[in-house]
Design a protein around this ligand. Structure first.
Ligand code: G3H
Length: 174
């Protein structure tokens, strides 16, 4: 069966400033990763036909009123919100935004589409979304999802076989 390769986008300027959400440009390091990732994919999938699509369903968790803030700013300015999220990160929904459960739900059609593919698929997305996709394919429990570490600049290759799931990680840079 075909592998699924999951990776976060290269480091963004907001990642560097520890701001959530936003739609900032890539940092220099992030731009370098984008190049390395393109090379990796080209080599890894050289004999495969590839198609590229962009799906809104792969957008990062919508932080609503907190979009563009740092965690410290949320803690200072919206302490109740900060605390509710600490208590139940899976169910906590940002004001005018989403919860992890919302994200998991909007990913359902994506998962159906990924499972339908005959060729390898590379999914380039964001941390919260990749946590949910990874948990689905690697068979991790729901409650773990908001806490799974999906490091930057790393490709997680998941291969589903008859004997279970196999995973390889490629760290392309620090
Ligand atoms: O900007 C959003 C983050 O990638 C998600 O991280 O859910 O741990 O705050 P978090």
């Amino acid at each position: 069966p075909r592998p699924i390769l999951l990776t976060r986008h290269g480091e963004s300027r907001d990642n560097v400033r520890a701001r959530i959400g936003g739609d900032s440009a890539l940092s220099d390091t992030g731009a370098l990763y984008a190049k390395k990732l393109a090379d990796f994919v080209e080599k890894r999938l050289k004999s495969e036909r590839a198609a590229s699509v962009q799906w809104r369903a792969l957008d990062e968790i919508n932080a609503g009123a907190c979009d563009g803030m740092t965690y410290l700013e949320i803690k200072k300015n919206m302490p109740e919100e900060y605390e509710s999220r600490e208590k139940d990160k899976l169910r906590y929904r940002y004001p005018r935004g989403e919860s992890y459960l919302d994200v998991i739900q909007r990913l359902e059609p994506v998962i159906i589409e990924l499972e339908r593919q005959r060729a390898p698929v590379v999914v380039i997305s964001h941390q919260a979304v990749l946590r949910a996709l990874y948990a689905y394919f690697a068979d991790r429990p729901l409650k773990e999802i908001p806490h799974i570490e999906v490091p930057l600049h790393t490709i997680i290759e998941i291969q589903m076989g008859v004997t279970g799931v196999q995973e390889k990680r490629y760290k392309l840079m620090d």
